[in-house]
Ligand binder design. Structure first.
Ligand SMILES: Cc1cc2nc3c(=O)[nH]c(=O)nc-3n(C[C@H](O)[C@H](O)[C@H](O)COP(=O)(O)O)c2cc1C
Length: 215
């Protein structure tokens, strides 16, 4: 443990020669995000759709990873339990912030926006596309409640599996999507000697202002 700061020092990486220039940026941040996401997917980054989502109930900020599953009408969609802490926090304060880090290509994307429940159609379609195991576990888990053992969940899954034998599993009312309407984006490209390129997009009345930020 005494060597921790030395160990961490040895982790220091140099970033690449990739750069991010104003003239290369899309005018629309969703298009810019799609471009970077496509490149992250092509680079075979593990779970490039994993994002840290921060919520706040006005007292204490909290964050956790979620997997976003789609972009519909420029809104980022993720799915969860509607009675989970994150969902209750969103219902009480819809302001959220999110962040992606794609280490292999030295890129970070950060955003701030407003989250609300997605339509039942979006939630139904996604739920129907999940593997049966994922559908059953959505039913069986009261997300973030304390339990005494894993058996509490696996037993419930077995019971539900029996109940819905040879049947389609309906989406529970307590489970579905949220959509995030994003008003602020930041794109960070790591560069050599910490001369990172950063740009932010801020929504104005007719579109987006794009500005360079100090690293
Ligand atoms: C990579 C990764 C992806 C995750 N994706 C989701 C997700 O899409 N939806 C979800 O409800 N939880 C997801 N989780 C679990 C959450 O991080 C979290 O533990 C859970 O949702 C409870 O959060 P809450 O108590 O803040 O509501 C994911 C965890 C990891 C590590």
């Amino acid at each position: 443990m005494d060597n921790l700061s030395e160990q961490i020092k040895s982790l220091r990486n140099e970033y690449s020669d990739l750069d991010l220039l104003l003239e290369d940026l899309s005018k629309n941040p969703i298009q810019q995000f799609r471009k970077w996401l496509d490149e992250a997917i092509e680079t075979k980054i593990y779970e490039p759709n994993a994002m840290v989502l921060a919520t706040s109930n006005n007292e204490m900020p909290r964050s956790r990873y979620v997997l976003f599953k789609n972009i519909i009408e420029d809104k980022i969609i993720f799915h969860t339990h509607y009675e989970s802490p994150k969902a209750l926090e969103i219902f009480s304060n819809p302001n959220v912030s999110g962040i992606f880090y794609w280490a292999e290509i030295h890129r970070q994307v950060r955003f701030q926006g407003i989250a609300k429940k997605a339509s039942s159609k979006i939630s139904d379609e996604y739920f129907a596309s999940r593997p049966r195991g994922g559908q059953l576990s959505a039913w069986a888990s009261y997300q973030s409640r304390l339990i005494s053992s894993r058996d509490d969940v696996t037993k419930k899954i077995d019971e539900l599996n029996e109940k819905y034998k040879n049947q389609e599993i309906p989406r529970p009312d307590f489970w579905g999507g949220f959509e995030i309407d994003i008003q602020y984006w930041e794109f960070w490209q790591g560069r050599r000697n910490r001369t990172h390129d950063r740009f932010c997009y801020t929504q104005n009345n007719s579109g987006w202002d794009i500005e360079r930020m100090s690293p």
